[in-house]
Structure formats: C-alpha cells, structure tokens
Design a protein around this ligand. Structure first.
Ligand SMILES: Nc1nc2c(c(=O)[nH]1)N[C@H]1C(S)=C(S)[C@@H](COP(=O)(O)O)O[C@H]1N2
Ligand SMILES: [Mo]
Length: 411
C-alpha cells in the first residue's frame, strides 16, 4: 500500500513521493495502523518519555517521532543483532520520500571541479566500477537529542536513531576520478531526488574532497545484501562511514564538485556545532569563526540487554550485552561499573567487524543483593577518546555520548 502524492514539486513523471512532508499532501491520507504502543522506559521523564510503535509499509513497528516527514527510530531490542535488519532500520527524512524506480535512476556528475560531466544508469555504473562494501554505523546527528537537559528543539530522538549495516555499491572516489577532478576541486555536493518543502529548503550536503576520496566512502545500492529500502534511500545513497548520517544522502541524484564552499542551508546554517567544542571538524572549508559542521561520530556505547528497568534474579549469573562505536578509529575497550563509577572492570569485546562497525561487548554479572542496582558502561576508542561524564550541551542537540546509567531491580 503506497500513497503517491504530488504536491511537492515538478518532474512528477520521474519523481513520486510515498509519504508527504507537512506541505506535501493533497491526495488521500494514508495512516499506518497503530500496531501497538510502548513506553520507552529507559528514557527520562519529558519529551521522549513515551513513543508510539507504528509500522511504515515494509517496516516492522518502529518508534514514531513524526509522521510527516517520517521520523521513526529503531527499538533498542533490535540492537542485539550485529547488523540491524533492514526492515527495522530507523528512518529519517526532512521531506516527502521520493520513490525512484531503479530503471529510471540516473546519477549526474558535474560542476567546476570536474573535467568532464558524466551521467550513469545503474547498469553502466555497476559495470564500469568495482564493487566495494563497508560495515558501518549510520547514526543521526541528533540521536539521543530527546535526553538533552535543558531541552533543545528538533526531533526528540531516544537511543534508536542509529543502526549498523553492511553497505555495498561502488566507491565515490572511482566515480569522481572517472569524471576527472580539476586542481580547484574543493567539495562534493550530494543532492537527492527529494524536493524542498514549504518549511525547509532542499536537503543538500557537501563533503570535503579528502572524505569523498576515502576508499570507504561509497555510493551504496544495498544494505545487508538487499536493495536499499525506499525509506533508507533507494536506489542509491551516499555512505560516509564514521561521519554522522546527515551526509549519507539518500535517493542520490546529483553530485556536483565545487571549487568554492557550498552554501546551502543544511551546510551553512544547520548541522553545526560551536567552534572547538568537539575538536577539529576536519572540514576546514566549512568552518567559520563561530562554528563548524558536525562531522565524525563521537565514541559511544549502549546497553542493549537486559533492557533498562528489567527485574534480575538474585544470585543468578547473566551476561549484559552492549555495543560500542566511534567515528572509525575503532573500539579499544569497554569498562563497566556497578558502584556508581568508583571502580571499573573491562567487559569482553566481541568480534571486530570493522572499524566503522559497532562492536558488541558482554559483561557477566551475578547480583547478590536485592533492590535497586545501577550499571554504567564507558567506551574507549583507539584514538584515545572516551565518553563524557556530563552532557556537552550545544544548541542543536548533537553528540550526546554521556556514560549511560542503567537501572535494574534485583529480586
Ligand atoms: N535525500 C535525503 N537524504 C538524507 C536525508 C534527507 O532528508 N533527504 N536525511 C539525512 C539524515 S539527517 C539522516 S539521519 C539519514 C537517515 O538515514 P536513514 O533514514 O536511512 O536511517 O539520512 C540522511 N540522508
Ligand atoms: Mo540526521
């Protein structure tokens, strides 16, 4: 069942939209059935204290944060798996969702930074360039924004605006080098088939040349061995491993190589952090005196099982399962504290699935005392960084990587 609505811009023969933004609905209104509701018990009271589980077509029930545009997060229980199932993978759009058929799909490469323009179909692209894949965490810049205190505006995400997948396609580098880069090439601008809305400009993002030319930066057609779901960017999306998902342009249509810093709203105005608050951005052409674009993911971890609030059996040994990830240096270790952070012991790291993937960890506990119990977990990255003890507050609500305190009840 699919709503096609056409109020969101021209070229409707090529672009169809399956779920409107606030401005996009003229046709019938399709409301997914409410298949259940859940309380997000591991979130503090406030904006994100509850979430409605709601199934988009082709997806399992996810936690709905908004319907138009569709912003749905993954329930933490799915993070028990090393790779997040495609039909449970979170969904985040700024606009109506474009529905581009693979046969109609074209990728155009142009701009003052390329020697000759290119246009590829899916077939020509796949035939011409070597396949590549990368396991990588896709995490929204605003993941955990709903935990910010004081509150900040924006989608009130809990812990699930993220997922881990194996992404496959071709290297962005190979495609750019085929077009040929000029000496003045500065940024690669990615634009998807989605259109501006009444409330926001077209979602367009740029990457610095070094990141675009990184062999792990892909134009991906598949995740976890299956074609990308439309919700997650079919037919093709950018994958910029280690960087927050704002750069992972979905339904990719155009690449423009510029010789000047790209000035679009979603680069210049949105997705920025105060200068120096989180270290160097690595994206100098977009830095200003005041602020920098958000770029690499900060080291972080999450307790997955048992869920916060679970009742644990006294005297029974269980293994706590969690995950840890960073912006690509890799996870060096995870420590767990059961005494409020006074003493820490190492958890057991599970198999290394690649430096951009999350790393599962396990920690055995045997609670002997009835009553409340709190578990803390703290990840260390290979680059020497670790999670923060207190929130580094910033106006857009990014980079929440505060050490988690998980409450259990022992009985
Ligand atoms: N074309 C397009 N690509 C986009 C967006 C968008 O609104 N339009 N949102 C970005 C943001 S902010 C995020 S967090 C990720 C979400 O990826 P997902 O929906 O596959 O989980 O897509 C990115 N790519
Ligand atoms: Mo995002």
């Amino acid at each position: 069942m699919r709503l096609i609505c056409g109020a969101n811009g021209g070229n409707m023969d090529r672009r169809k939209f399956i779920l409107g933004s606030t401005s996009a609905l003229t046709g019938g209104l399709f409301l997914p059935g409410i298949v259940g509701s859940a309380t997000a018990q591991d979130l503090p009271a406030g904006a994100v204290a509850s979430g409605i589980l709601d199934a988009l077509p082709g997806k399992r029930p996810l936690i709905k944060r908004s319907f138009r545009p569709p912003n749905y997060e993954t329930p933490v229980s799915y993070f028990r798996e090393a790779f997040t199932p495609n039909d449970a993978f979170y969904v985040r759009w700024h606009s109506a969702v474009p529905d581009v058929a693979l046969a109609d799909w074209r990728l155009r490469i142009s701009g003052p930074g390329v020697k000759s323009e290119r246009e590829f179909t899916h077939d020509t692209l796949r035939r011409k360039f070597k396949s590549a894949e990368v396991a990588a965490v896709n995490q929204c810049s605003g993941n955990r924004r709903g935990l910010f205190n004081p509150h900040v505006a924006g989608v009130q995400w809990g812990f699930g605006a993220m997922g881990n997948a194996v992404w496959s396609g071709v290297r962005l580098k190979d495609v750019l080098e085929d077009a040929g880069l000029t000496a003045s090439a500065l940024e690669v601008v990615g634009n998807g088939a989605d259109a501006p809305t009444l409330t926001g400009p077209d979602f367009v993002k740029s990457l610095p040349m070094w990141k675009a030319l990184d062999p792990d930066t892909l134009i991906a057609f598949e995740m976890n061995g299956e074609p990308l779901p439309t919700w997650n960017g079919a037919p093709a999306r950018l994958v910029a491993p280690g960087w927050t998902a704002t750069y992972w342009i979905k339904a990719l249509a155009d690449l423009t190589v510029t010789d000047k810093p790209f000035e679009g709203f979603w680069m210049k105005t949105a997705y920025r952090v105060p200068k120096g608050m989180f270290g160097a951005s690595g994206f100098e052409s977009q830095d200003t005196e005041q602020n920098s674009p958000i770029t690499a993911i900060k080291v972080n971890s999450l307790v997955v099982d048992p869920a916060p609030g679970a009742v644990l059996e006294r005297g029974k040994r269980i293994e706590v399962l969690g995950i840890a990830w960073d912006g690509g240096s890799g996870i060096r270790g995870i420590e767990v504290s059961l005494d409020g952070g006074k003493t820490w012991r190492d958890a057991k790291l599970q198999r290394d699935l690649g430096r951009y993937s999350w790393r599962q960890w396990r920690y055995a506990i045997k609670p002997e005392q009835a009553g409340a119990m709190t578990l803390m977990a703290r990840a260390h990255a290979r680059d020497g960084s670790t999670q923060t003890d207190t929130l580094v507050h910033n106006p857009a609500g990014y980079h929440h990587n505060v050490v988690q305190k998980v409450d259990y009840h022992v009985a």
